[in-house]
Design a binder for this molecule. Structure first.
Ligand code: TYD
Length: 204
């Protein structure tokens, strides 16, 4: 086994951050080299951009400006964190990647702009993507329970989360790299499901 690029995706409150962390722990316990990272962020420059996009008024940026900011952050993350980790043959696990831009910005602005910019400056997608799927009402209640500063997208409301859930499922149906996981179950049960699929993919 030599390196792998795995992402976690889902609507706000889906539990994917917990699942990304648990998968990293479980694979490390098997003696495998893992780099766990996240978007927006995952490198010092991209973490600076994270603060710009996640804090403040929901109307602070247009969807098109957001595409540029998230993609700039992703480019830095790719250069500074993802490519070096894959070069070491690590298993790179990222909490969100380009599918988030396809949904969060693509459904509110121009999906065509997202895709063209991705092809131009990113050009790669994970080889395995876990979509942690949940009912937006459940996701919303979880997200509200831990409300903090990084609220811009949660504040856009249930209608957007509902559209994004459908959009993520549609994306998953079109691309074989996706594994759709029922995220409404207890975290440890979800984690076992995720680990089984990851081990099958990695051949370990
Ligand atoms: P994240 O830290 O994953 O938040 P959570 O753990 O609450 O899911 O992501 C923060 C927000 O950024 C989330 O609401 C989704 C949004 N986002 C985009 O809109 N576009 C993107 O390309 C990415 C990576 C995230």
């Amino acid at each position: 086994m030599a390196g792998a690029f795995i992402s976690f995706e889902g609507i706000d409150g889906s539990g994917k951050t917990t699942q990304a962390r648990l998968l990293a722990e479980h694979l490390r316990a098997l003696g495998l080299p893992v780099t766990l990272t996240r978007e927006p962020g995952g490198s010092p420059g991209a973490e600076d951009i994270r603060r710009l996009v996640l804090e403040g008024d929901p109307d602070r940026w247009s969807p098109e400006t957001e595409i540029l900011l998230f993609t700039a952050a992703r480019r830095d993350h790719l250069e500074k964190t993802i490519r070096p980790a894959l070069g070491r043959n690590d298993i790179l696990i990222t909490d969100r990647f380009a599918d988030s831009t396809r949904m969060y910005q693509g459904l509110r602005g121009s999906r065509d702009m997202v895709d063209r910019l991705h092809d131009l400056v990113i050009g790669v997608d994970p080889d395995l993507t876990f979509l942690i799927d949940i009912d937006p009402a459940l996701g919303h209640s979880r997200a509200v329970a831990r409300a903090g500063l990084e609220q811009r997208f949660e504040d856009m409301g249930l209608a957007l989360q509902t559209a994004m859930r459908a959009g993520f499922l549609d994306l998953a149906a079109r691309h074989p790299r996706f594994a759709v996981i029922d995220g409404a179950r207890e975290a440890s049960v979800v984690a076992t499901d995720v680990l089984t699929r990851a081990r099958a993919h990695l051949g370990v």
